[in-house]
Each structure stands twice: as C-alpha cells, then as structure tokens.
Design a protein around this ligand. Structure first.
Ligand SMILES: CCCCCCCCCCCCCCCC(=O)SCCNC(=O)CCNC(=O)[C@H](O)C(C)(C)COP(=O)(O)OP(=O)(O)OC[C@H]1O[C@@H](n2cnc3c(N)ncnc32)[C@H](O)[C@@H]1OP(=O)(O)O
Length: 202
C-alpha cells in the first residue's frame, strides 16, 4: 500500500485531494446506490426522494471538475480510491510482484439470487489487474484484453480476497492474472493483456 502511495506521490498525486470528508461522502453515495438497487417506493416516497436528490445534484454541480482533477486518481487511502463506479476494495499490498486486496460487492452490485453481477466482477478485476500491470511496468497501462472465468457464485456483502499479478512483460505488453476468493473457495479468475501507453498516447 505504501509503495503504491509512494509511486503515485512521485508522480505528484495528492491523497488530501477532496478533503477529509470525501471518503464519508462517497460512502453515503454508495449507501444510496445500495438502497436504490432494492427500493420499491410509494409514490410519496419517490416524489420526496426526487426533490431531495434534485436539490443535492444542483449543489454538487457547483463542485464538478474535469476527470483529471477528481480525487479518484489520487485517493489511495480510500476504498477503491473513492471511485463509486468500482466495487469498494482496500489494498493490503501492492508492488511490482502483485496486488493483494480485500473487496466487497454490495447490494448495488447484485446480479441475482444474492450474488454479484458478472459484469461487476469483471470491473473489479479490470481495475486491480490494471494496478498490478502498472506497478509491474512502472507506468500506466490500458486494458487490451480481459477474460473472466466464473468458477462459483460470488456472494454480496462478504469480504473477498483478490490477488492480481503480472506473469510476464514483452515490450509494452503486460500479461496479467488474478483470482477472487471467498475464504478458500475460488469464485472467479481472470487473465488479461494490458498495454503500456506511449508518451502522449490518447
Ligand atoms: C505507475 C505506478 C503507479 C500506478 C498506480 C496506478 C493505479 C491506477 C490503476 C488504474 C487501473 C485502471 C485499469 C482500467 C483500465 C481500463 O479499463 S482501460 C479502458 C479499456 N480499454 C480500452 O479502451 C482500450 C482500447 N484500445 C486501445 O486503446 C488500443 O487498442 C491499445 C490497447 C492501447 C493498443 O493500441 P496501441 O498502443 O496502438 O498498440 P498496438 O500496436 O495495437 O498493440 C501493441 C501490441 O499488443 C497487441 N495487442 C493489442 N491488442 C490486443 C488484443 N486485444 N489481444 C491480443 N494482443 C493485442 C498487438 O498485437 C501488439 O503486439 P506486438 O505486435 O507488439 O507483438
């Protein structure tokens, strides 16, 4: 984790971006998303919520910045860097040999039958494989190919373990693998190809 923060700080990353309440703000938004996934509101509740959310969105509009200025590039101290589009994970260890993380799919990530949506599992793998590739290559990479094998059901609201690592690098090509476990049980595994971007590559 500290190696990850150091690697980012060397590139000017600032873990105070967004301020001391940013993590709790994102947690409240995640709580909203969890409820929105399962709520079946009365008309009165729906109208009430719409009014509150409209007001809130108007307030937040005043603080919207471009993608490179958001805290989600730099907040390695927060679950999933505070990025609400990712399932929340905490990094336990990250260096050139690989990334170990604890990840929890929540109600928002429901596919069906109390299990995580397969696409959400792929989202988690994509980010953590990208991190493993970047730590290995010492440079930001982009997903060229990602394959996920779903081995058993992935539960919600359970802390799961992810291990992601680079198997080898050939020039700009970083070949990566990852596993997702619930205790000893393998839920899913992935392999992918990430490409180191050329300077200035769009
Ligand atoms: C720094 C330290 C701290 C870091 C701490 C950072 C932490 C922060 C973590 C954030 C983690 C975010 C992780 C999410 C990452 C996304 O989700 S990225 C978004 C999804 N991906 C995309 O949109 C990619 C779209 N595709 C492209 O942009 C381009 O096709 C690519 C992937 C950049 C490659 O294009 P290119 O640069 O022109 O390279 P190209 O010459 O085509 O290919 C290079 C080589 O790869 C091969 N290749 C390319 N694509 C494929 C393929 N699909 N299958 C097989 N081979 C392929 C080519 O054949 C070629 O092989 P060689 O001829 O060299 O042997």
């Amino acid at each position: 984790m500290s190696e990850l923060i150091n690697a980012r700080e060397e590139r000017g990353a600032d873990i105070s971006r967004g301020g001391p309440y940013y993590g709790e703000l994102i947690e409240q938004v995640r709580g909203l998303m969890d409820r929105a996934r399962l709520v079946s509101p009365t008309d009165e509740l729906a109208l009430d919520a719409i009014g509150i959310l409209k007001q809130l969105n108007d307030k937040l509009d005043a603080a919207v910045v471009n993608e490179w200025s958001t805290p989600t590039w730099t907040r390695f101290d927060l679950p999933a860097r505070g990025n609400i589009t990712l399932p929340p994970f905490m990094i336990d260890h990250a260096d050139s040999s690989g990334v170990d993380a604890r990840l929890t799919f929540r109600n928002y990530h429901l596919g069906g039958n109390n299990a995580a949506h397969g696409g959400q599992v792929a989202v988690g793998f994509d980010d953590l494989l990208g991190m493993a590739a970047a730590m290995h290559a010492g440079s930001i990479t982009r997903t060229a190919s990602l394959t996920v094998d779903y081995r058993s059901v992935t539960p919600l609201n359970t802390e799961l373990k992810v291990r992601a690592w680079a198997e080898r690098q050939e020039g700009r090509k970083v070949f990566v693998r990852a596993t997702l476990h619930d205790g000893d049980r393998l839920c899913a595994e992935a392999h992918g190809l990430f490409i180191v971007l050329k300077p200035g590559q769009a």
